[in-house]
Ligand binder design. Sequence first.
Ligand SMILES: NC(=O)C1=CN([C@@H]2O[C@H](COP(=O)(O)OP(=O)(O)OC[C@H]3O[C@@H](n4cnc5c(N)ncnc54)[C@H](OP(=O)(O)O)[C@@H]3O)[C@@H](O)[C@H]2O)C=CC1
Ligand SMILES: CC(=O)N[C@@H](CCC(=O)OP(=O)(O)O)C(=O)O
Length: 350
Amino acid sequence: MPESVDQIRIAILGASGYTGAELVRMLARHPAADVRVLTAERQAGKPLAEVFPHLAYLNLPNLVKIEQVDWSEIDFVFCGLPHGTTQEIIRALPHTVKIVDLSADFRLSDPASYAQWYGHEHAAVELQREAVYGLTEFNRQGVRSARLVANPGCYPTATLIPLLPLVLDGLIQTDDIIVDAKSGVSGAGRDAKQANLFCEVSEGMHAYGVGHHRHMPEMEQELSIAAGVPVTMAFTPHLIPMNRGEFITTYVKLAGKNGPDDLRAALAARFENEPFVQVLPAGVVPHTKHVRGSNQVHISVFKDRLPGRAIVLSVLDNLVKGASGQAIQNFNVMNGLIETMGLEQAPMFP
Ligand SMILES: NC(=O)C1=CN([C@@H]2O[C@H](COP(=O)(O)OP(=O)(O)OC[C@H]3O[C@@H](n4cnc5c(N)ncnc54)[C@H](OP(=O)(O)O)[C@@H]3O)[C@@H](O)[C@H]2O)C=CC1
Ligand SMILES: CC(=O)N[C@@H](CCC(=O)OP(=O)(O)O)C(=O)O
């Protein structure tokens, strides 16, 4: 470990969950990360290696309850708790710690919209307003000076990365965006419900949240800011029988005389210097296996047979760029570190 890098003392809340385990895995090789505290609820008291044997090689403290944490020892919190439970917990944290929240609790900036989509009033409206939406490639300045970053959802990350530049550049029409999304089962977390059991998920697929998934207002919020007018979209997620990965197919209507090649060229120019976003060569179809285990997003653009339309494809690993990897990317930006630190691992293929 380079001696010149200051160590940042970290607590991971929800370390017995999938995103928590990914944070532990990736931060273990991060030169500035000093992981001091791992919390759990039902699994509290156990060694991490009992809950996640794949992390047994690390010498880390046992899982503890959040109430046991001595906050004077912590500089930075990664919060991987279920949405709804997070806001009260973050509100109680001392203002001396910086936070990246992986849950949905602070992503919607409008309290009325939060209440409408989540079915209850927000318990920390002042923090909801303070939080910065952490889609890193589009908000580095905001993230750099933030105390609380709302890490985007996995579907919004995969969808917005190709769509935002197209909307910002006026290349597509904003009243006709149709998103067809597929996610691996780890997207639902480790606390698997009956519907996520192997025998119910394998050898089949289904749509869910049709017409009312809570990632819709999150994407519409960001697209509306980019477009300067309210944007409403269609979005249908599906659960497919794989462990991790997300595949997004977005059908768009072209603006003016633009063709699919113009869209591809604009995206290639926009992401040319982005280490975590690759616009694939023309004609190459993205594959979830090409980004697995990495913080990469792959994008490609195809012509639609319907005139005046294009098809935008994007993939990421829901647990990495869709959650813990992007959280570390934001941690790096918030702490003035090199943005790729700890995130260099290549995709695992096949
Ligand atoms: N999975 C994914 O791909 C993505 C997830 N997210 C979001 O990140 C967050 C974490 O997700 P994920 O890791 O998948 O979830 P998991 O269900 O796998 O883990 C949840 C964690 O929270 C802990 N926990 C549950 N209830 C409480 C409570 N009342 N108080 C304190 N701790 C609690 C659990 O502890 P224990 O098990 O010990 O009870 C566990 O450590 C969620 O908000 C999720 O929506 C965001 C993007 C992608
Ligand atoms: C497959 C699956 O169930 N995926 C989750 C999305 C995971 C995620 O990003 O959730 P948050 O917005 O809470 O962070 C879902 O559709 O609710």
